[in-house]
Every structure is written in C-alpha cells, then in structure tokens.
Design a protein around this ligand. Structure first.
Ligand code: SAM
Length: 250
C-alpha cells in the first residue's frame, strides 16, 4: 500500500488491537489497485481516495510542526477542512474566530498553512483554559491555570492573534470582532455554541465560513439538533461532513 494514512485514534473502540487488525484485514480484502488512498482514523475509514490534503505542503508542514499527540495527528482530515475554510475565508472581509481553542493546535496550524501573518486580520481565540472546582464543561488533559500561558506562548509569533480567557458567550459581549470571515465553533457545549451563534452569526460576512466541530458525531447529537434547528430557522442547511464537522457558508 502507498499514500495511505492510518491514525492512532478512533473514538468508542473497546478493543483497539482487535479493531485495528480487523480494519487491516478489511482493507487487505480489496483489489490491490484499490488498496491505495486509504484513510483510517478519527472514526473515518475510506479507500481509493486522492487524499489531496496529504500533498498540500504548507498544510502538512504546519501539521508536522504543531500536532503533537495521536489525537491531534489523527484528526488531520478535520484540520484540513479548517484550513480549506480559512483559505476561503481569506476571500471575504473579516477576522478569524475560534470559540473553544483548547491548546490552540488547530488554529496554530491554520496560521502557518494560510500565512496568517501576511494578512491584516486578527485571530480571536477563546477558551476557559482552566477547570476550577464546580466546572461543567468537558474536562480535557492539560487544562489548568497554566494552559492560558502555554497557548499565549504558542501564538507569540502571530502578532495579530488574541488569546482570550473567558466563558463563551459572555466574553463575546465585551471582546469580539465586528466582521468575521472564518468562524470555528468547538466547545462540546450546546448552550455555549448556540450562544456564540446568537452573538456572532450576524457579524459573519456573506460568503464567510462557519465550521461546527462534532456536528456529525453521535455522542453530540443534542448539539447537532440544536444547531440544525438554529440554522433552519434562518434559512440555512448545515452540511454534515464525513469528518464529523458541520459546514455552513453564509
Ligand atoms: C474539544 S476542545 C477544543 C479543541 C480545539 N478547537 C482544537 O481544534 O484543538 C473544547 C474546548 O472548549 C472549551 N469550552 C467549553 N465550554 C466553553 C465555554 N463556555 N467558553 C469557552 N470555552 C469553552 C473547553 O475549555 C475546551 O478547551
């Protein structure tokens, strides 16, 4: 096999070794000429595809530099979608926004892949970063009082980035851009995501790109239902991508 990608992360798998060997045996049952262009990772298994993003040099270079663990590497196709959306966002007026930046990995990859420093835009990155007692958001590795500083350091070389510690949607009322060309919402939190849409959608420039992470992931069905209805009420149909993201072009 050549040009194939096997990630190390699948969500919901109980017996990883059994699962991975079953995937290999499934792919080995294909005709040899179809045992190429295989992608397996992030709950997506496909074959005979061009996987064009793997030949996108700026994207691959940025990914190699900034994706540090198995999850960040395995979500390569999702990250490629973000880079595609960000590049297309550059054709529209406005700033870039990520609600729920966590370690900042996806946005940092975007900055390199689209040469963000050559633009005159600002990248707004929001997160709570910490997990104090009584928190209700999903706990993730590395969250704590130090994470904000770590993410600030990651964006030190992106002068027009703003790493903002605070809770969405509340923080958006005091510190957010007027015009948005690219909006990534990834908080695994229905109320926060709908709150972000309530405040920011109007500011997205026509033709601006909106990516909703986890929209297609079954464990986040409540999020999908709320967002689907929210967009339907405004005359938009969200595209559920095979990567598990939702896509809207305003
Ligand atoms: C899945 S992670 C984001 C991953 C990141 N977008 C990436 O691509 O690497 C979800 C993040 O949302 C943040 N979050 C959850 N609820 C939030 C809220 N109300 N306001 C701000 N951030 C929130 C969490 O702190 C967490 O870091």
């Amino acid at each position: 096999m050549s040009n194939n990608y096997f990630g190390s992360t699948f969500f919901g798998v109980a017996r990883r070794n059994d699962f991975v060997s079953a995937v290999h045996s499934l792919l080995n049952s294909l005709r040899p000429e179809w045992q190429r262009g295989v992608f397996a990772g992030d709950n997506l298994i496909t074959f005979g595809k061009n996987l064009s993003f793997r030949f996108d040099q700026p994207f691959m270079k940025a990914l190699e530099e900034h994706a540090s663990d198995g999850v960040e590497k395995s979500i390569i196709w999702r990250t490629a979608i973000l880079v595609w959306a960000a590049r297309n966002g550059l054709r529209r007026e406005g700033d870039f926004v990520e609600c729920g930046c966590y370690r900042g990995t996806s946005s940092r990859i975007i900055c390199d892949a689209v040469e963000f420093n050559r633009t005159d835009r600002t990248f707004y990155l929001y997160d709570i970063f910490d997990y104090p007692d009584g928190s209700t958001h999903t706990k993730m590795p590395g969250m704590g009082p130090q994470l904000y500083d770590e993410v600030c350091r990651k964006f030190e070389t992106i002068p027009r980035s703003r790493v903002i510690k605070g809770k969405v949607p509340e923080i958006l009322t005091s510190d957010s851009p007027d015009r948005i060309a690219f909006l990534h919402i990834d908080m695994n939190n229905v109320a926060a995501e709908i709150g972000a849409l309530d405040l920011l959608f109007e500011r997205v420039t026509p033709g601006g790109m909106i990516v909703l992470d986890d929209y297609g992931y079954l464990p986040y069905r409540a999020q999908r239902d709320a967002e689907r209805q929210w967009f339907a009420e405004r005359g938009y149909d969200v595209m559920e991508l095979p990567t598990g993201q939702g896509l809207v072009i305003k």
